[in-house]
Ligand binder design. Structure first.
Ligand code: BES
Ligand code: ZN
Ligand code: ZN
Length: 473
């Protein structure tokens, strides 16, 4: 699907179908009110009505907000894709709603059909945005190009997450990173098992040991000439999480190809940053590993020595993401001195229990920094919720045998105790510069919501670009 911005009014553009947003107040004076009413349209939230004889798709808008424009545009596009129209036009009412409309189209119109032998064809090819906002066109163009880059990076993440564990192995993730590096002029370093051994990354190695698909550590770097800041991103890249010997129940194992979503997100973020040519140096690290069972699998009762020297008592091999992150965080901090370190991980089912299935959990020691992220998320259309640390929760991961235990002694607050485990692998001088994002709920969906269809959502990309672009102002 092609999206284009025109410095023309809606009426002067030629398209098969026009999308029109109507608030309850506007409906009262709508020229087609009688016809729409006959069709059962009442301008109630999420109602859509197609007047084919007028080539008009009328969409009820509950309020004039980015959130409504984004999800209504997305529903409108899905509806239009069912018809034979080849082009569609829509007016930009105000500059501030442009990115919501672009996301509604590009994210809402996303389909993943690589595994379908006969994918349904859509006639819709061209989406035209008209400048009815009386805004300066070059300002609109800048916003438009930014939104297209960010939306496409989000879809790039979705494509990776949606691939099967057979196709998207740690090795395949490394190949993907390498080709991203070539196309976007990034530096790329890959460590294989030998490399991980010489770096002392025994926790990550233990998790991957029983798989026939050996682990890879991926490091992508975007280095503009005079960066304002240096930022490190770390992603959990479990290409499959069977739970290991603490095997998941059959029903919980389904969807665990999505356990690589954090790793995919950091690749999508660095892709967008490099295409936007942001004045920030960004390093993206991915721990790509498969957690399987086998005669040489790591076990509950094992004690692992992580890269930073700390020992970990393993009591549950399904709490594997934190073991991988422990080593990747250690490696990232050793290799790159940065102003901030952010990690993205589908870390705990507990995060979904705490915040619901749509919201990313935000954890860390720096309250103002977390607040910056909560507002970046809100502006970008992603949902984030703050999950606070306290010193009592920290005691729940004490070990009698080693320095720390990989699971909590109590069944509540699991998202926070997982983050407090990671805290053991954050260097003293980085404590205030670290934020952890638990995307277990937000990264994947089996039922459509907002701009998301079945599968990976690309969680983390939009909010991170919002925060990063804020640093460049
Ligand atoms: N990858 C899972 C977390 C997860 C669960 C992500 C559901 C998305 C949906 C993680 O590795 C895991 O299994 N965590 C355990 C931790 C427990 C053993 C302490 C969990 O959440 O049950
Ligand atoms: Zn697990
Ligand atoms: Zn996992």
């Amino acid at each position: 699907m092609n999206v284009a911005l025109y410095n023309q009014s809606l009426s002067s553009l030629n398209a098969d179908l026009t999308v029109e947003f109507v608030t309850p107040a506007q409906f009262e004076t709508h020229p087609h009110k009688v016809l729409l009413t006959q069709a059962g349209f009442k301008a109630e939230a999420e109602q859509l009505c197609t007047l084919h004889e007028h080539r008009l798709l009328v969409c009820a808008l509950s309020e004039e907000s980015s959130e409504s424009y984004r999800s209504t545009m997305s529903s409108a596009l899905k509806t239009a894709m069912n018809y034979a129209y080849t082009s569609l036009k829509v007016a930009i009412p105000k500059e501030t709603f442009l990115s919501a409309l672009v996301e509604g189209v590009l994210l809402g119109g996303y389909k993943f059909e690589s595994y379908k032998s006969d994918p349904k064809k859509t006639s819709l090819k061209e989406i035209m945005f008209a400048n009815d906002s009386a805004s300066n066109f070059s300002a609109l163009e800048t916003l438009f190009n930014q939104s297209v880059i960010i939306s496409k990076a989000t879809n790039f993440v979705r494509d990776l997450v949606n691939q099967t564990p057979y196709d998207m192995t740690p090795q395949a993730m490394a190949v993907t990173a390498d080709s991203l590096a070539s196309s976007n002029n990034l530096e790329c370093t890959i460590l294989d098992v030998n490399g991980l051994e010489s770096e002392g990354m025994n926790a990550m190695l233990a998790v991957g040991r029983a798989s026939i698909n050996p682990p890879r550590l991926i490091h992508l770097a975007y280095k503009p000439s005079n960066p304002r800041k240096v930022i490190t991103l770390v992603g959990k890249g479990l290409t499959y999480d069977s739970g290991g010997l603490s095997l998941k129940a059959a029903a919980s194992m389904v969807t665990m190809k999505m356990d690589k979503a954090g790793g995919c997100a950091v690749m999508g973020i660095i892709k967008a940053v490099s295409e936007l040519k942001l004045d920030i140096e960004v390093h993206a690290f991915v721990g790509a590993v498969e957690n399987m069972i086998g005669g040489n699998a790591y076990k509950p009762d094992d004690v692992l020595r992580a890269k930073n020297g700390k020992t970990i008592e393993v009591r549950n091999t399904d709490a594997e993401g934190r073991l991988v992150l422990a080593d990747v965080l250690g490696y990232a901090q050793e290799k790159v001195k940065s102003d901030y370190i952010f990690d993205y991980a589908t870390l705990t089912g507990a995060c979904m229990v705490a915040l619901g299935p749509y919201t990313t959990g935000v954890m860390g020691h720096n309250e103002p920094l977390k607040q910056e992220w909560l507002s970046a998320a809100e502006q970008s259309g992603e949902y984030c919720g703050n999950l606070p640390f306290n010193r009592h929760l920290k005691k729940l991961i004490k070990s009698d045998l080693a320095d720390v235990c990989n699971v909590s002694s109590k069944p509540y607050g699991g998202a926070i105790t997982a983050a407090l485990f990671l805290d053991n692998f954050i260097d003293e001088d980085m404590k205030q510069k670290w934020v952890h994002f638990d995307i277990a709920g937000s990264a994947y969906t089996e039922s459509a919501w907002d701009v998301h269809t079945y599968g990976g959502t690309g969680a983390g990309v939009r909010m991170s670009l919002n925060w990063l672009m804020e640093q460049c102002k």
